[in-house]
Write a protein that binds this ligand. Structure first.
Ligand code: G1P
Length: 296
């Protein structure tokens, strides 16, 4: 069995749903508790055994590269001051995996972004993680998928159930159930209307993809929103090879919009080993005062 070593993290989008916060700071660098959102995707990839990560950036995204680079001056300063804890936090993001960067020259959609990884990927299966989808899970979502991949090697998308009126925001699959949480993908549609949606199982931004996807991406034209859609290329691939959908265990937050971003901060803040207790106290006191004035 081929071991999956490589992951692609597209991070070239404008982040319009996070404006004005994302005007000068890339949305991937907005912090969830104490780390930029993209670091959660990088750490999830590493926890799943990935050793080589390509981050697809774009214009004005230079600070993503800085974040995963070493900052020797800062490390020296913290070392001299004896701030061991801070030193460890600063060192971590660049450790354990090789991180590479390339720039998507034009914003032509997720499929186009993945195309930028062709040389990096070569002819082996690879993972894709969308940093807008932050998944809190005891076993990281990509690791869960890798475990399924051992038994069912093939292209696989992570899915979750969504309300019917939300299907228009996602890629939706037509499932044929194999087990309680593994499906064969019969079809995929990007951002369908509720009447056209083949189910309410939505693709979440975790994929394991065969390298043949690049041949499909060459053939697909603009799809939903006038963009080159990864879902359209996956649909083409599913017509040739068996493809799986995996309903993961965990909670997913869409941190690419403000409400999801705030919810993720609350949840991750409450669970944080260092700050959790204090966040909980503050939250309870906020809720208590809202109860007293009758706004809850
Ligand atoms: C992308 C994919 C879509 C998927 C979604 C998950 O859409 O195109 O199939 O369901 O991510 O977050 P986007 O949210 O980038 O429009």
């Amino acid at each position: 069995m081929v071991k999956i070593r490589k992951a692609v993290i597209p991070a070239g989008g404008w982040g319009t749903r996070c404006l004005p916060a994302s005007k000068a700071v890339p949305k991937e660098m907005l912090t969830i508790v104490d780390k930029p959102a993209i670091q959660y995707a990088v750490e999830e990839a590493i926890a799943a055994g990935i050793t080589d990560i390509l981050i697809i950036t774009g214009r004005n995204k230079g600070c993503i590269e800085d974040h995963f680079d070493r900052n020797v001056e800062l490390e020296t300063f913290l070392d001299i001051k004896g701030k061991e804890g801070a030193l460890e936090k600063v060192r971590l993001p660049a450790g354990f995996a090789s991180i590479y960067f390339t720039r998507q020259q034009e914003q032509k959609g997720l499929g186009h972004a993945v195309c930028c990884a062709r040389e990096f990927v070569g002819r082996e299966p690879f993972a894709v993680l969308l940093p807008d989808d932050l998944i809190e899970a005891e076993i990281p979502c990509l690791k869960q998928m890798m475990d399924v991949y051992q038994r069912r090697p093939g292209t696989m998308v992570a899915v979750m159930e969504v309300a019917r009126d939300e299907v228009k925001n996602y890629g939706i699959i037509k499932p044929v159930r194999l087990t309680s949480n593994i499906f064969v993908v019969g079809d995929l549609v990007e951002k369908p209307s509720p009447v056209r949606a083949p189910s309410n199982l939505a693709i979440v931004g975790r994929y394991i993809i065969a390298p043949e996807i690049f041949d499909c991406l060459d053939l697909v034209g603009p799809g939903a929103g006038g963009e080159i859609q990864l879902t359209d290329a996956l649909k083409m691939l599913a017509e040739k090879d068996e493809m799986y959908a995996y309903k993961f265990y965990g909670t997913r937050f869409d941190v690419g919009n403000i409400a999801g971003f705030i919810s993720a901060n609350i949840q991750m803040g409450l669970n944080h080993p260092e700050y959790g207790k204090e966040v909980e106290r503050k939250m309870l006191s906020i809720l208590d005062s809202r109860l007293k004035v009758g706004s809850l």
